[in-house]
Every structure is written in structure tokens, then in C-alpha cells.
Design a protein around this ligand. Structure first.
Ligand SMILES: Cc1ncc(C[n+]2csc(CCOP(=O)(O)OP(=O)(O)O)c2C)c(N)n1
Length: 596
């Protein structure tokens, strides 16, 4: 047995054990194993929690983590769950989430989670075990080319080659993950490198050659943008996840409110502007509001901030915002001009660009424009059958918004329930919707919600955490309920149980002659309340409208562990408005064609 940290430290270091991890990590330490160096480097970054599952290639590292004793290791049931949990942790707290898994299948199981984080610019560091360096490339047991597999879905990846490189690599990985446009970074850790010995030297500064995110916008472009805004008559602010990531929500609010510019957002931008404000148009795009979509199609100026003109947002690109000039502010120069033609590009961090831009904007005259918008809003509100005795999914979400007064963190899965949540929950604060926007990953909701709740235990602001999931997506990662029970994580899981892969059923109804191929879940749907109970969670079932509110209240008042509510909702309900694939935003369908 090699000596561990315990055996190597002198009396002064033992005293340091009672101080914070960061304080320990500023002391140099010599002749440690690679695993011990890695643990110190993580401590130096202020890491408190790791998500993952150990295995042969990382047993030495797991042991070093255990001996160090200061990290909380959340042992999930599947590596996908660990990765989504770290992602939820990162999105909510703004800190880097950390995943630790073994080689081979451990690392391939993280791939969906990494791709999800990549598409939504979420900062995570994924530590993957690897076979010993001399065996790499030999099809060794549990070997996979993790760097190769994950290269297209990471911001950067590292292969450790020597214990003396470890501390610096960890510093670079955290810096790259969390700076500029955030994203996932993989560190692949061959077993022999973790076992070999080297020194831990605390960091003086981090130098990453060739990597320099552009923070400040070009002054001339900013003044051109201000002039253009001042001349606008029908401007629309179109905001995305970049506003949330850069902490620019307060500046967006100022820009909008002081200058009376209406605001729409992507799914990822929800919460960056309060949805109870009169300038709020609702989300735009495929399931956006009538008002938001028509405003964009009629606008003479679009001010896009931290948003990338995703095809779910633009509809048919050739007809997107046909009358508008476009100002596009984004930290990632590669997204500017990629999908739509931009008149004034500004590369920079949204917050810093707005600090420079907002003082230059002098209230354009938008009186008539706002009157027009108000008429759309009156004539085309979001609708559903409010009198129905069936449990309507929209009703569940409206009630949740009412009971929580828009103050909960809502984590969604993917499908119809995700869109109803975007439409009917009243988001008030940035980082209060956590959802897989870019990749659209079913199975994201529950584990990500767990990560959000754990981030709160690590110091992020306390709010109730509600995962809203479909019965299809819930069944993809519901094993993580066991993890939530094990760590008494108080997540509330609202299953919008319609007995279908609902979003697929909706498309089949509207565009495939009601031929429901492989979308009906009803023949073998389990009793989800009993599933929850069998895992040790509280399980509730709601079948009638009048049970909705009491069940929500009961779930929210329980904070000792997870609660699942199985809402048996109307299985035929669809999400409207809807812009069909290939149509322009103004060609949206407002209600089920047969209902008209
Ligand atoms: C991992 C994964 N597989 C398949 C899909 C395609 N897909 C998108 S929505 C959807 C149906 C979701 O059904 P459910 O989870 O029950 O939610 P609902 O739409 O009924 O609210 C499917 C299969 C996906 N987005 N992710």
C-alpha cells in the first residue's frame, strides 16, 4: 500500500486540515500520487461536490477522495444521471459542476450529458478514467477513446501524461469551462498517471495559450448600435441563454424598461426578463406566443443578445423578421451571421457590452408600436379549455406558478410539458428555468433537478426545486430517484402523465394522418406513485382537477426528500401556437385545426 496524504503530511499540515479546502490547497506538497495531486487541485478550485460512479481505472482516485474527506461524492445510479446533475448544479449556481467516472462504459455513459451541456453552454468538468498510457490504443479492457468520442461535444479536452501536469491541467480545465462562452471540458486520466508520484505546487496564475475570450465589445460598433436603436420605431429585444450566463439580466431590464422596448426570449432566456412586466411578449419561435412571433415579423429592428437564432426560433429563415435590421451581441463570434444576416455584429460578453451600450440609448419613440402589441396580446392570448373537468397540463403548471408565485426553480425534461412550462409558468428571475434547449435531451429533468437542489446545499440561493417531466422522459432516468432518496434531496417531480410520447403524438396527429407509430405508452405504463414509493420517495397521484392544488401544496411542504406527483392529464392535449416545420413565424397554427 502506498502511503496516502495522511502519512505524508507534517504536523503543520495536519493543523491545516481544519481549515477550508482552499486554504489547504495553497500549501505546496511533494511526492504525492497523481490522484492526491488531483484532489488538491480540485480543492484549490473550491470544489465541494463530485457526481459519478467509480470503477477500476479510478479506484486510486476514489480512495484519495475518500482519504481527503472534504468532498461530497454523490453516487448516482448511472453516469448520464451524474453528468446531468453536474450540469444542473452548474446552470443554477454558475459554478463549474464536476463529474468523476471510470473508463470505457463509464465515460461513454456521460456522452449524452456532455453533449447536452455543450449545446447549452453549461460549464462542467468531466474526469474520466483511462487505461494505463502504454495500453492506450490496444483495445484494452474497458478502454474507449474518450478524447476522440467527446472531441466534437466539448469545449476542450485533456489527456494527462504526467503527475506533474495534473494540477495545471485542472486549473486550465476549470478556467476554460467557466470563462468566455462556458462549456464542458474532459480530463482523461490514465491509471498509471494517477498512480505515479509528483509534486503539487499551488497556482500563481493560469496561462492558457491561444485562448482569450473577447469580453469587451468594439466601441464603434456599440455606438452604431445605439444610433440604430435610437432611430427605431418597432424594436424588439430578443434575448437568450447568454444573457443569463453573463449575468446581464439587470442591464437588459434597464435597456428595455427605460426605453420602452418590448422583450421576447428563447427557451434558454426565460426568467432574464420578468414575465409579469407589460413589455414582456412571451417566448418566440415554434411554440412561442402569437404576440412575440408577430412582433418579430413586423419589427424594424431586432436587438439579439446572447441568442443564436436557432432554427426552433427563426422558423423559415428566409422569412425571419423580413423588415428588420439586426444587431447581434454574442461572446462567440462563430454564431454571429451563421443563421441570419446581421447588420451590426458585436462580439463580447453581454454584460460588458450592455454596460457600454445602455448609457448611449436615448428612448426611441415606441408608443404606436406598443399599442399594436397590446392589441395582439388582447386578441391572441395563450388558450386552453379552462372549464374542462379533465386535468389539463396547462392548468397544473398555472397552479404551480400560482402556489409558488414564480419563485421556484423549474427544471424540465423535453416534450410537450417543456413547452407548456415555458408558456404557462411565470418566470421572474434568471436561472429559475433549467432545461435542455439545444440538444433536447429526454431524461435530463430529474437528475438535473437533483443537481440544482445539491447546489443549494453548497450555498446557492434556496428555492423550491420542481422537475416537470413527461412520462416518457421520466422513464429514461427515473432510477435517479433512488439517488435523491439516498441523499434526501428534496426535489419535487411533477410527471405530466399523458400516456404518450406526447410531442411525438402531437406531430403524428397534425402531420402524419393520426397514425400513432411507437408513441403510445399506455399498454405498460407503471403506477408511478408506487414506483416512487418502492424507491423510498413519497408518491402521489392526481386524477381530478380539484386534487391538483392540494397535491402541489402537499409536495412543496415536504422537504425531507423527493416527492413524485403522477398527474394523469388529458392525453389528447396539444401545444399551441405551433409554427410547423419549414413555415415562417407568422404562419403559426393557433389551435387544433378541427377545433376551429
Ligand atoms: C433521448 C431522446 N430521445 C428521443 C427524443 C425525441 N422526442 C422528443 S419529445 C419526445 C416525447 C416526449 O414524451 P414525454 O417524455 O412523455 O413528454 P410529453 O411530450 O408527453 O410531455 C420524444 C420521443 C428526445 N428528444 N430525446
Amino acid at each position: 500500500m502506498g502511503a496516502g496524504i495522511e502519512a505524508r503530511v507534517g504536523p503543520s499540515e495536519i493543523r491545516l486540515r481544519n481549515q477550508s479546502l482552499e486554504a489547504q490547497a495553497v500549501e505546496p506538497a511533494y511526492d504525492l500520487s497523481g490522484a492526491e495531486i488531483l484532489v488538491r487541485a480540485l480543492a484549490e478550485q473550491g470544489v465541494k461536490t463530485l457526481f459519478g460512479i467509480p470503477g477500476g481505472a479510478v479506484l486510486g482516485l476514489a480512495d484519495a477522495v475518500g482519504r481527503y474527506g472534504r468532498f461530497r461524492w454523490i453516487l448516482t445510479k448511472h453516469e448520464q444521471g451524474a453528468t446531468h446533475a453536474a450540469d444542473g448544479y452548474a446552470r443554477y449556481s454558475g459554478r463549474v459542476g464536476v463529474v468523476l467516472v471510470t473508463s470505457g462504459p463509464g465515460s461513454t455513459n456521460t456522452v449524452t450529458g456532455i453533449a447536452t451541456a455543450y449545446m447549452d453552454s453549461s460549464p462542467i468538468v468531466v474526469l474520466t478514467g483511462q487505461v494505463p498510457l502504454p495500453m492506450v490504443g490496444n483495445d484494452a479492457f474497458q478502454e474507449v477513446d474518450t478524447i476522440g468520442v467527446t472531441r466534437p461535444i466539448t469545449k476542450h479536452s485533456f489527456l494527462l501524461r504526467s503527475p506533474n501536469d495534473i494540477a495545471d491541467t485542472v486549473r486550465k480545465a476549470f478556467y476554460i469551462a467557466g470563462s468566455g462562452r462556458p462549456g464542458p471540458v474532459v480530463i482523461d486520466m490514465p491509471k498509471d498517471v494517477l498512480a505515479a508520484h509528483g509534486d503539487y505546487i499551488p497556482s500563481a496564475e493560469i496561462v492558457v495559450r491561444g485562448y482569450k475570450p473577447k469580453i469587451f465589445g468594439h466601441a464603434h460598433q456599440i455606438s452604431r448600435a445605439a444610433e440604430r436603436i435610437n432611430r427605431a420605431r418597432r424594436p424588439v429585444l430578443y434575448i437568450g441563454g447568454g444573457v443569463v450566463a453573463s449575468g446581464a439580466s439587470d442591464l437588459v431590464r434597464r435597456l428595455a424598461i427605460e426605453n420602452r422596448i418590448p422583450v421576447t426570449s428563447t427557451l434558454m432566456g426565460l426568467g432574464a426578463f420578468p414575465s409579469d412586466h407589460p413589455l414582456w411578449l412571451g417566448m418566440l419561435g415554434m411554440h412561442g406566443t402569437w404576440t412575440a412571433n408577430m412582433a418579430v415579423q413586423t419589427a424594424d429592428l431586432i436587438i439579439a443578445i446572447g441568442a443564436r437564432f436557432d432554427d426552433r426560433v427563426t422558423g423559415r429563415v428566409a422569412d425571419f423578421a423580413p423588415q428588420a435590421d439586426i444587431i447581434h451581441i454574442d461572446i462567440d463570434s462563430s454564431v454571429i451571421g451563421r443563421n441570419v444576416q446581421v447588420d451590426i455584429p458585436i462580439v463580447g460578453d453581454a454584460r460588458h457590452v450592455l454596460i457600454d451600450l445602455v448609457p448611449l440609448v436615448k428612448g426611441p419613440d415606441t408608443k404606436e408600436w406598443l399599442e399594436q402589441i397590446e392589441r395582439w396580446r388582447q386578441d391572441h392570448p395563450l388558450r386552453y379549455d379552462r372549464e374542462s373537468q379533465a386535468v389539463k397540463p396547462q392548468y397544473v403548471i398555472e397552479k404551480l406558478a400560482e402556489v409558488t408565485d414564480g419563485e421556484a426553480v423549474i427544471v424540465t425534461d423535453v416534450g410537450q410539458h417543456q413547452m407548456w412550462t415555458a408558456q404557462f409558468y411565470r418566470f421572474k428571475h434568471p436561472r429559475t428555468i433549467i432545461t435542455s434547449g439545444g440538444l433536447g435531451t429526454m431524461g435530463f429533468g430529474l437528475p438535473a433537478a437533483m443537481g440544482v437542489a445539491i447546489a443549494q446545499e453548497d450555498g446557492a440561493p434556496r428555492r423550491p426545486v420542481v422537475a416537470i417531466v413527461g412520462d416518457g422522459g421520466f422513464q429514461m432516468t427515473m432510477e435517479e430517484l433512488i439517488t435523491a432518496v439516498a441523499y434526501r434531496v428534496p426535489v419535487k417531480v411533477f410527471v405530466i402523465n399523458n400516456g404518450y410520447l406526447g410531442m411525438v403524438r402531437q406531430w403524428q396527429e397534425l402531420f402524419f394522418g393520426r397514425r400513432y407509430v411507437a408513441s403510445d405508452l399506455r399498454q405498460a405504463n407503471p403506477d408511478l406513485a408506487r414506483v416512487a414509493e418502492s424507491m423510498g420517495a413519497m408518491g402521489l397521484r392526481v386524477e381530478r382537477r380539484e386534487e391538483v392544488q392540494p397535491a402541489i401544496e402537499k409536495a412543496l411542504s415536504c422537504d425531507s426528500g423527493p416527492v413524485v406527483i403522477d398527474f394523469r392529464v388529458d392525453g389528447q392535449e396539444n401545444v399551441f401556437p405551433m409554427v410547423p416545420a419549414g413555415a415562417a413565424l407568422h404562419e403559426m397554427i393557433e389551435a387544433r385545426p378541427s377545433d376551429k
